[in-house]
Each structure stands twice: as C-alpha cells, then as structure tokens.
Design a protein around this ligand. Structure first.
Ligand code: ADE
Length: 240
C-alpha cells in the first residue's frame, strides 16, 4: 500500500527513491557527539542497518572533540555567575554545525533537551518528510544558551533527565527511519501498528502454539473469518 504524504524537495529530487510512483527521500542524520561509540552499534543493527543498505537512510558522525579548543581540545567551561558543572561552549559547537551546514545549508538542527517539545509519533511522521537533520548531542550539565540560535528543534524525550543526547538521538532516528517506506517488512506495518493514527494502541497478537501452558489463542483468530477478526481487533485496540 502506498503511504500518504510522500514528497521530495526540489533540492533532494536527485537523491529521491521511487515507491509506488512517488519520490521518497533518503533521510540523512549527521550526529555531532563526543560518544560515537555509544550510538554507532545500534545504527549498524537490524532495521537501521537495513535502511542504510537499501539506500533509504544515511548516518554520519562529527566528533565534537575535533572542534575543541586548545591543546586539550576542550569543549566545555564553567558557567558565568557560578554554579555546578560544565557547559558546552559556543565555539566548538558553532564550528561543528557550520562545518556540516557548509556542505548542506538546508540541514535542520535538532538538540535533545528535557525542556524541548515532547517527542511523539506525529512529530516522527513530520520529520520523516525532510531530508537532512543534524543532531547535536549535549553532554555534561548543559550548554551555553547562545547555541540555541543555531537550533531548529528542541526535542524532549520526557520529563526526566538523561546524562546526554545520545539516547534521545537514537530514539528520534529509530522512530523516523522506520517510517520510511521499504524499511519495515510489510509496507503497511508502520501504518497499522500502535500510535499510527494518533493515540490508538495496537490490538493483542498471537503466534504458535495455539495453546501455551493452558493460555489459548482467542478462537476468532483461528476462524479464518476476516470480518470477525477485523471486528475483534478493533474492539481490542486499546485507547491511550
Ligand atoms: N537530555 C537529557 N535529558 C533529556 C530528555 N529527557 N529528553 C531529551 N534530551 C535530554
């Protein structure tokens, strides 16, 4: 089934992929981080690896340390006005982001932060329509506020504090890339499953055996009656 809403910006038409006669983008994520090793294994596994192999997604890394200052390539400093901890400095971050934007001025910058807009499936769907995102992964206790002048999206994963932006980056990437047509096994999988049309939760599913330790698969699912099965699934779809 052809997904709705596919479109390609003029700039990216040459990078586009055809699916059901519609041009889809290859999505690129450039991740600016001090901890590439915390992110890369996930992106080289399972569906993310498949997306890259099929030419539907591309992941690139920028080592923030390379833009650090002085002999120690420092990227952080103490806050003006006092306070605990260290903040990411402007110079390394600006230089790192500008080095990516020099090659692709249209790339959008995301910063994961607990005070950003809360990430959800609708945002993932919106993001899946664009082409190149730079994700800046802050670490330490925070960042110089002036860095936000370069940022297009402040994204929160929820009301809790993580030690850095690497986990949020992976969650954002995973939830966007799996929506690209061709990444999941069946082309409709991403459309029918949990949260795909707002706050619908997926219906319960079963596979073999029919009877596991006395826990039986509901009869209707074994009936072959597609109408009844669809009705049962609708009735058993939880509402968030
Ligand atoms: N960085 C630290 N905590 C975070 C959160 N909850 N969401 C996004 N980025 C974060």
């Amino acid at each position: 089934m052809c997904p709705k809403g596919g479109r390609a910006s003029a700039r990216n038409r040459s990078q586009g992929r055809f699916f059901c006669g519609i041009i889809y983008l290859m999505i690129k994520f450039t991740i600016i981080t001090l901890f590439r090793e915390a992110i890369e294994p996930y992106l080289q596994s399972s569906m993310m690896e498949k997306a890259v192999r099929k030419g539907l997604a591309e992941f690139d890394f920028v080592n923030l340390r390379e833009f650090g200052l002085g002999p120690h390539r420092s990227v952080d400093d103490t806050p003006y006005g006092g306070g605990d901890g260290m903040l990411l400095r402007c110079e390394p971050v600006f230089n790192a982001i500008e080095s990516v934007k020099a090659k692709d001025p249209s790339a959008k910058v995301i910063i994961p932060t607990p005070v950003g807009e809360t990430w959800n499936q609708s945002l993932a769907r919106e993001f899946a329509k664009d082409a190149h995102y730079i994700i800046l992964c802050p670490h330490y206790e925070g960042y110089d506020e002036r860095i936000l002048s370069l940022v297009d999206y402040k994204i929160s994963l929820g009301k809790y504090v993580l030690t850095g932006g690497e986990l949020p980056a992976l969650i954002i990437i995973d939830s966007v890339v799996r929506l690209i047509p061709g990444v999941l096994g069946g082309e409709t999988s991403a459309e029918i499953e949990s949260f795909s049309d707002g706050d619908n939760l997926e219906y319960p599913q079963y596979t073999r055996p029919e009877d596991f330790r006395g826990m039986k698969v509901p009869e209707v699912l074994l009936s072959g009656n597609h109408g009844e099965i669809a009705k049962w699934r609708e009735e058993h779809s939880g509402k968030a």
